[in-house]
Structure formats: C-alpha cells, structure tokens
Design a protein around this ligand. Sequence first.
Ligand code: COA
Length: 173
Amino acid sequence: MEERTWPVLVGLVCRLAVLSPDDAPAWLAGEDAEIVRWFEFPRPSRAEDVQKAITAWRQNWLTDGPMRQWGIWHEGHLAGGIEVQDRGDRRANLSYVVFSGHRRRGLAVDAIRLATTWALAHLPIDAVVAVIDVENVASLAAVERSGFALEGLAERWEYDETGPSRRYVFPPS
Ligand SMILES: CC(C)(COP(=O)(O)OP(=O)(O)OC[C@H]1O[C@@H](n2cnc3c(N)ncnc32)[C@H](O)[C@@H]1OP(=O)(O)O)[C@@H](O)C(=O)NCCC(=O)NCCS
C-alpha cells in the first residue's frame, strides 16, 4: 500500500497514524516499567530497537503484510501505539500500549475501537482477539470496556509471554 494511502483514523480522544522514523525518540521516552513488565522485554528498549520496530511496521504497510501498526496521538503528542496482526486463522491479534503520562483518559478504549473496526473491514478476518495476562488489570478493563467478550483461557501458542492469559474476542459471538 503506497504511503499516501496509509490510513489515519480519527476517534473521540485520539488519532491513529503510522509512525515515521522521526517518532522514535518520543516512543523511547514513553516506554516505562509497566510496558517492559507486560511485554516481558528482557531490558528497556534502546534507540536502535525502536528504529528497527518502526522500520518493520512501515514495511508491513508498504507490502500489505500481516501486521498493521499505528501510533496513538493525543493533543499533538505521541501517547502510545496499537497494532493488529493477521494470525492466518481468520483472526487478528490486537496489541497496544499507552504511555504513562496519558493513561486513564480513555485512549486505549478509543484506539481499540478504531483499530478493531479498521481490521474487520480491511483484513481477511472474521474476528479480532486480545490475549491478556490474567493479572493485567488495566488491559483486561480496556478490552472489556471496548465490548470484547471473554472466550476463556488462551492456548499456549497464542502468546509469547509467560501467562496464563485470557482470550477476548470482537465481535462477541
Ligand atoms: C493497558 C493500557 C493500554 C490501558 O490504557 P489506558 O489508556 O489507560 O486505558 P483507558 O483509559 O482506555 O481505560 C480503559 C478502562 O480500563 C480501566 N483502567 C485503566 N487502567 C487501569 C488500572 N491501572 N487499574 C484499573 N483499571 C484501569 C479504566 O478505568 C477504564 O475503565 P472505565 O472506562 O470503565 O473506567 C495501559 O495501562 C498500558 O499501556 N499498560 C502497559 C502495557 C500493556 O499492558 N498493554 C497491553 C498488553 S495486553
């Protein structure tokens, strides 16, 4: 997909737009211990990790790859990121972060709604799933508030972290 056609999604409190290499310092500044904890990063990210991630995200847009990622923007500031990844089983996996200074303002719920609606309309899928650690209270609340339904405990292949995790689905069946 040519860069000029990459979608910008406008919500109630945030805007989703694909990140550019210039956004790497803001992303790096936004990462905190909560993000490192729930994604089980072996160490806090370095500049080169973020540059590499942004390059990969942009490449997926360019080549119509399985992963579609946006930055979450709030009042002109980079406030986090969200991605949907086609799992190849007619479902896409949803993943998101909101940076610490921007939490508890409804950004995750707004971004989840935007990315989920886009994915259901544009990817070869029937549902979006979110696989969340049973102890990640904030993330569980965000998907529940977004209208996702609990399907049950996720299977081990569905996540990389140590878990155990729950699988939520949208639309609810
Ligand atoms: C999970 C996360 C994205 C939530 O982002 P957010 O923008 O603060 O979420 P929202 O403001 O949209 O809140 C959504 C709901 O969750 C609730 N919530 C958010 N953080 C919470 C917390 N720490 N404890 C309890 N409830 C919480 C809110 O109250 C809200 O519910 P309500 O509207 O009924 O009040 C954010 O905390 C984060 O980035 N955490 C670290 C990374 C992570 O865990 N990502 C998800 C991996 S699966």
